[in-house]
Design a protein around this ligand. Sequence first.
Ligand code: CTP
Ligand code: CA
Length: 226
Amino acid sequence: QFFNNQSRELSGKTLLITAGPTREKIDPVRFLTNHSTGKMGYAIAGEAVKMGARVFLVSGPVNLEPPSGAELIKVESAEDMYQAALAQFDEADVMIGTAAVADYRPKYIYEEKMKKKEGDQALELERTRDILFELGQMKKDQVIVGFAAETNDVENHAKGKLARKNADMIVANNVKQEGAGFGADTNIVTIYKKDGTNIELPLMPKADVARNILTEVVQLLKKDES
Ligand code: CTP
Ligand code: CA
C-alpha cells in the first residue's frame, strides 16, 4: 500500500489503557493507595497516539499532563476504573493495563472522619475487582496486555498472570532493580508472550519501552487479521 507509513501502524485501531494508582476511601479525609505515578501508562498512550491510534486513557489520580490526542477518563477507585474500562472495552482492539489497581479496599467507608481512640485500630479490607481478569473473560478478539511489578520470582509470577488473566502479553519488571522502580523515567522489562517466547529489554526510557510493547501489539493485530 502506498501510504504504508511505519510510524502510523496503529491507525484505525482503538486502544484502552489503564494507568496510575487507585484510591480507596477510608473516610472523608483518608484513603489507601500506592506509589504508582502513571508514567508508564502515559508513555504508552503518547506513543500510541503518535502511531495513529485512538486512545482512551483511564487514569487514576496522577500529576501528569495527558498526552495530546488521547481521550482522558479520570477515575479514583478500582471500581470506578473497572466501570470506565468496561464501558470502552467493546470498542477497543487493544487493552493495556498499566494501572496499579488496589487489590483491597476498606470494607466500610466511614461517613464521618474517624476519631482516634486509645489502643490499636484494625481496618477490615475486602477484595476489589481484577479489571484485567474480568476483561480477559469477556475478550473477543482484543489483544490484552498486562503488567507485573514484582520484587521476586519475576518469571513465575509473570507467567502465572499471563495464564490466569487470559492475556496475550505480560510486561514484567523487578521494582527492586535500579532504573525499574516506581516513578523512574526508565524501566527494565521482560515481555512474556502467550506463545511461550519472551523478550528481555535492557534499561531504556519508558517511551522506548512503550514503543517496544506497541510493536509487539502491532504484530499480534496483524496475526489476528490474517
Ligand atoms: N490489575 C487489574 N485489576 C486489579 C489488579 C490488577 O487490572 N484489581 C492488572 C494490573 O493493571 C496489571 C496486572 O493486572 O496489568 C497485574 O497486576 P498485579 O498487581 O501485578 O497482579 P495481581 O493479579 O493483582 O497479583 P499480585 O498483586 O498479588 O501480584
Ligand atoms: Ca495487585
